[in-house]
Write a protein that binds this ligand. Structure first.
Ligand code: GAR
Length: 218
């Protein structure tokens, strides 16, 4: 399948609230999303909420988290979504963790994988099992500021505009075809926390927009 990349700007109208409705009305089969989350899970929750409201033609058969403290697990419970802990500390290698992830997703018939704040580097094991069907969200306008602490990197570089990106994940960290981006201005008094909070508002919009695109061409 082909997903047409779209760029957006946060100052423009980003994502129509209607974007998912056409998917629901269409003959496309429901998209089965496996979610990977390491932290708060706010991106995961906007997907779960949109599905619950009938705005996205998708379902989430399972969420995998790697950090026992991840708040994403409690959010999953709220939506009746099974949350499975695969702790990377119990694995000898990245490949071993990814092998467990693939097995779990296959058991739940997952079709596309969403890294929604997944703070582990993924390997060929995962990417080969779901070729060009793993998406990632990153808090910068890639290819600027890949890797960890992207928001701090943007502040240190003194850029005036940063943002967020949803892309198809390839092997190199934070690389692969871009599906959607949103720009966020850096304000003079911004700290990493204030800037990240505004980036996350945009992340939630492009995450839903990108998944709607995938669901429509599924
Ligand atoms: C998001 O800001 C996402 O862009 C970032 O982690 C946060 C997770 O938030 N991901 C990365 O930095 C991956 N390189 P959430 O848990 O509230 O969705």
């Amino acid at each position: 399948m082909t997903v047409n990349p779209v760029s957006t700007n946060s100052s423009a109208s980003l994502i129509s609230p209607e974007i998912g409705k056409s998917a629901i009305d269409s003959a496309h089969p429901t998209l089965k999303l496996g979610i990977l989350a390491s932290g708060s899970g706010s991106n995961f929750e906007v997907i779960a909420e949109a599905i619950q409201k009938g705005q996205l033609n998708a379902e989430i058969p399972v969420l995998i988290y790697n950090n026992p403290e991840a708040k994403a697990a409690a959010r999953a419970e709220k939506y009746g979504i099974p949350a499975i802990l695969l702790n990377h500390r119990d694995c000898k290698s990245r490949e071993e963790l990814d092998t467990k992830i693939v097995k779990t997703f296959q058991e739940y018939d997952v079709e596309w994988v969403v890294m929604a704040g997944w703070m582990r580097i993924v390997t060929k094991v995962l990417l080969d099992a779901f070729p060009d069907k793993v998406i990632n969200i990153h808090p910068s306008l890639l290819p600027s500021f890949p890797g960890i602490r992207a928001v701090e990197q943007a502040l240190a570089a003194k850029v005036k505009i940063t943002g967020c990106t949803v892309h198809i994940a390839h092997l190199e960290v934070d690389s692969g075809p871009i599906l959607m981006q949103a720009a966020v201005p850096v304000l003079p008094d911004d700290t990493a926390e204030t800037l990240h909070a505004r980036i996350q508002v945009q992340e939630h919009k492009i995450m839903l927009g990108a998944i709607a695109l995938i669901a429509e061409s599924h």
